[in-house]
Design a protein around this ligand. Structure first.
Ligand SMILES: C[S@@+](CC[C@H](N)C(=O)[O-])C[C@H]1O[C@@H](n2cnc3c(N)ncnc32)[C@H](O)[C@@H]1O
Length: 500
């Protein structure tokens, strides 16, 4: 759970404690009474101008070996931008209920009067829920004893649409008077468009469980970004600062420089936002996302925005790219927007095989970005052209980076070519190419093996090699069968490459 403070808005009061910095943005010396304990806003005591400078310096230092960094794109009004608010609850000894955030590194709930970054309405709704708990006799979950019902509340708001989703996370599916509770909540805040009960009955520090039950409305909200509409479910990823996200996506589109002719990959696509925004300017967009709920939302979003040229796949981006490379798909531009931990060598090896003209890397983790750029640099195929910074997370130490890489001229690098007979169209789950398997078998066993033998053994081991790949053309045609010795050697190779 993120650790930001919240509650009763006293905007006027907090203004008394702020100071104005050189660029007119305000800094906060004492505006948040729990900032030291909460730990969510590491830069709460700095002016906004100082925050931007620190972030720029940090990224410049990390990315110095790759290129120069453009001036950071800051937020005009860097307050109450978070469209997702999580609240934890706790009973005090005197019976009073606290609603707030966990004190950093603990599971003690901190109650707060004001949070600079969270959506104001969401904060008011949390406060209302806290009040309703007593009248509805709803108990608060106690992590130590395992008793109690309400574990967390998550509120997501659509910045452009004004839609509001309240997710009540309960430890049990049995929620007495839930419909009446939902009714009372909507009466207090008619802006709420949907209420979902999420059941989390596991002993875990994860906020959300796997089951959802809609108590009111559609069970999701919609928001708009760059003129497109997006469905947001309780569990799907959606950027928390929509105002800055539009600037981030605009920068990514500028870097991609699409003309309408390109085949584009949107890797780690979440609910499909980047690919859908790109789709008006591309021939075809292929999105891939691991989280099933997000991929499902992405498919809905493709239909919702009537994008005829976008296809979404559910799966691991690295493995998906391996499959694309092995199938020899034409790709012109790759967007990737991985989680903070960054991407993988497997992903970049396949990107190099696909050889798109441009790569647009969007990152919320400068360290993992630097690591990945180092890896890409070692492949000598791409060079960094531009680096932009967009501040998506004012008052915190986090920042978003966009990097444009373009393919170096052919004589600057050694191109790795895939042979046609390597094409094994459904090899998304394979980890080594046929050539790699052949090399291994020759080196380790001194045996030469054919593609046919490899495909026979792969099939025997239950590895999908494509419906008709290397199968006899007709029922009665005779094909040589892989001898036992070679079969053993190929199996050894498959084991070596972690394929069986
Ligand atoms: C930083 S988010 C970006 C989402 C989207 N591009 C956006 O702007 O909203 C990273 C996404 O990567 C997904 N993800 C994490 N690991 C993945 C993997 N191995 N393969 C594909 N997607 C993955 C997450 O579920 C999440 O939706």
């Amino acid at each position: 759970m993120t650790k930001q403070g919240r509650y009763k808005q006293s905007g006027e009061q907090s203004k008394k404690h702020v100071h104005v910095s050189e660029n007119g943005h305000t800094g906060n010396k004492s505006g948040c009474p729990i900032s030291k304990k909460c730990g969510g806003c590491q830069y709460i005591d700095k002016s906004y101008a100082e925050q931007l400078k620190i972030k720029t310096d940090q990224v410049k230092k990390l990315l110095a070996p790759y290129g120069s960094v453009d001036e950071i794109i800051g937020m005009k009004e860097p307050y109450h931008y978070r469209n997702k608010v999580n609240a934890a609850f706790q009973h005090k000894r005197n019976g009073e209920i606290l609603a707030g955030v966990y004190e950093e590194g603990t599971h003690r709930v901190l109650s707060v009067d004001d949070c600079k970054i969270e959506n104001r309405l969401a904060q008011e709704i949390v406060e209302t829920i806290r009040g309703l708990l007593r009248s509805f006799k709803i108990t608060v979950y106690n992590e130590d004893s395992g008793y109690g019902l309400l574990r967390h509340v998550m509120i997501r708001t659509g910045h452009a649409t004004g839609e509001v989703m309240v997710v009540l996370v309960t430890a049990s599916p049995i929620f007495p008077s839930k419909k009446n509770f939902a009714k009372a909540l909507v009466k207090a805040h008619p802006q709420i468009t949907t209420i979902v009960q999420n059941i989390n009955d596991k002993d875990t520090s994860m906020v959300l469980g796997e089951r959802n039950q809609v108590l009111y409305g559609r069970g999701f909200i919609e928001d708009k970004l760059c003129g497109k509409t997006f469905k947001i479910s309780p569990t799907s990823f959606y950027q928390v600062n929509p105002v800055q996200t539009e600037l981030l996506y605009n920068k990514a589109m500028e870097y991609a420089n699409l003309t309408g002719e390109e085949v584009v990959v949107d890797a780690y696509c979440g609910t499909g936002t980047i690919g859908i925004v790109a789709s008006d300017h591309a021939k075809q967009v292929i999105g891939v996302e691991l989280n099933k709920a997000a991929a499902k939302d992405a498919i809905t979003n493709v239909k919702r925005n009537e994008c005829k040229n976008v296809r979404i796949y559910d799966g691991d981006a690295g493995k998906f790219m391996v499959g694309m490379a092995e199938a020899g798909t034409d790709v012109d531009v790759v967007f990737l927007d991985p989680p903070r931990s960054g991407s993988t060598p497997e992903f970049f090896d396949s990107v190099c095989k696909l050889a798109p003209k441009r790569i647009v890397y969007i990152s919320c983790g400068p360290e993992s970005l630097a690591r990945d750029l180092k890896y890409l640099k070692s492949k000598r195929m791409y060079q960094v052209e531009k680096i932009a910074l967009v501040d998506l997370f004012p008052w915190t130490e986090h920042c978003e980076t966009v990097v444009l890489l373009s393919q170096r001229k052919a004589d600057d690098y050694v191109e790795v070519e895939l042979e046609l007979d390597e094409l094994d169209v459904t090899s998304a789950e394979s980890k080594a190419t046929y050539a790699e398997i052949k090399d291994y078998v020759l080196k380790e066993h001194g045996l030469k093996v054919s593609n046919l033998y490899i495909s026979q053994v792969k099939r025997k081991c239950g590895i999908e090699v494509g419906e008709n790949y290397n199968l006899p053309k007709s029922e009665d045609s005779r094909q040589p069968q892989c001898p036992e010795e070679k079969e053993k050697a190929i199996k050894d190779a498959l084991e070596h490459f972690g394929m069986i």
